[in-house]
Design a protein around this ligand. Structure first.
Ligand code: UDP
Ligand code: GLC
Length: 384
């Protein structure tokens, strides 16, 4: 079994971290996950018996969208961490960086310890998401890797367009444990637990609260939907976006939607909640690199609306397995919600087609095999 030192900068479980859990699980007897911050992600790994250590003694700023330049300018502070990773990595076959700051540390440590570097790219390296300088640094370091695993074709294409090496990048989608979706609680029970009348048409939104995730677009869309349409906002500000949270609450108050918008905060029972929704919306205002929530909603058999950009377009075929609407457009979103309400039979047919397709495309067992094959090639190449 390949011995892997995984690195991730975050102490909190965003999509990249939840994906890493599934990737590390098959290697739990021979791997270590090194984190740069303490937090609930560590607990999730421990609960699954995946060895984990917090490697940074000082907190490194882990705001996802924060500047790599800032990260590099404080390289001095990173030196103890880099040395620690370099020393640790000598006991492993490869270093697997799962986030951008993990890439910075992993790339230098890999140079020092002569262990091959794998980078899992969970981002679209476009100017919507990153400054030109950040992008250049990320691509320069990633080009030193033996393998870059992009989480979608969109992320792969953006990497190449930004100067990334074509010969080292492969795309592999996130995988999902299908068993989880075979034992969902009844929708009425969940609605009851949430104190939501069963006559309400429940639209769920499951994402960290962050401006580009576009929760404000759903709130705005509600004003063009029938009165019984109620929105469930599930998720919290994971990476310091408190100002946006306040804006969302103010928007709800301004539009007098207090009875129609429920903020649930971060939940670890997303699947049951999604299954209880009549519809799930994904509203990212810029290209979503992959979009785990879209696949999860499809696997729950809940009709899904996503925005037409980035990886989301690889997940949903509009009119067949869900709806794709223009990013940032509340009017189009409202029209799609209303269509879903007005044509329940068509929505149910699309949701079943989506569930079947997602079951075939995103089984974690198949995706783990794909990753295992790619990683063993890296190790073999290094040995020859
Ligand atoms: N999620 C969760 N609890 C919440 C909100 C979200 O567990 O309250 C999960 C969600 O089910 C999904 C992940 O967080 O698996 C978010 O991943 P996604 O790829 O959709 O977006 P990201 O936040 O990584 O950009
Ligand atoms: C990142 C991306 C998200 C993706 C996740 C898992 O957090 O923002 O789109 O689904 O990684 O790859």
């Amino acid at each position: 079994m390949t011995k892997i030192l995984f690195l991730d900068q975050s102490g909190k479980p965003g999509g990249a971290e939840l994906c890493l859990i599934d990737i590390a699980k098959p290697y739990r007897d021979s791997c270590l996950v090194g984190l740069f911050a303490d937090g609930t992600f560590k607990q999730l790994l421990e609960d699954r018996q995946i060895p984990v250590q917090v490697l940074a003694s000082k907190t490194i700023e882990v705001r996802k969208e924060s500047s790599l330049v800032k990260g590099l300018s404080s390289l001095g502070q990173l030196i103890p961490l880099i040395n620690r990773v370099a020393t640790l990595s000598r006991n492993y076959d490869l270093i697997y960086a799962n986030t951008q700051k993990a890439l910075v540390v992993g790339a230098i440590a890999s140079f020092l310890s002569r262990r091959p570097l794998v980078y899992h790219l969970h981002d679209i390296l476009s100017l919507d998401h990153f400054s030109a300088t950040n992008r250049r640094i990320a691509v320069t370091l990633a080009n030193r890797a033996a393998l870059v695993i992009a989480n979608s074709q969109a992320s792969q294409e953006a990497f190449i367009a930004a100067g990334g090496r074509k010969d080292i990048v492969e795309f592999v989608y996130n995988g999902f444990d299908l068993a989880v979706y075979q034992q969902l609680s009844a929708a009425t029970t969940i609605k009851q637990q949430l104190g939501i009348d069963k006559s309400k048409f429940l639209v769920g939104h499951f994402s960290r609260l962050s401006p580009w995730k576009g929760q404000h677009i759903l709130i705005e869309a509600l004003t063009n939907c029938p009165e019984n349409v109620t929105a469930l906002l599930v998720g919290d500000a994971l990476f310091g976006e408190q100002e946006y949270v306040q804006q969302l609450h103010a928007q709800v108050a301004d539009l007098k939607l207090e009875d129609r918008v429920k903020f649930l905060g971060f939940r670890d029972d997303v699947t049951s909640l999604m299954a209880a929704c009549d519809l799930v919306t994904h509203t990212s205002t810029v290209a979503e690199p992959f979009g785990r929530v879209i696949v999860e909603a499809m696997l729950c058999g809940t009709p899904t609306i996503a925005t037409q950009a980035g990886g989301a377009q690889e997940l949903v075929t509009s009119g067949q397995t869900g709806w794709l609407v223009a990013p940032g457009n509340a009017t189009e979103l409202a029209a799609a919600i209303n269509e879903c309400i007005d044509r329940p039979k068509q929505s149910a047919i699309m949701a079943s087609a989506a569930k079947l397709q997602a079951t075939q495309r995103f089984d974690v067992a198949a995706i783990d095999r794909q990753i295992a094959q790619l990683l063993s090639q890296v190790v073999i190449k290094k040995q020859t």
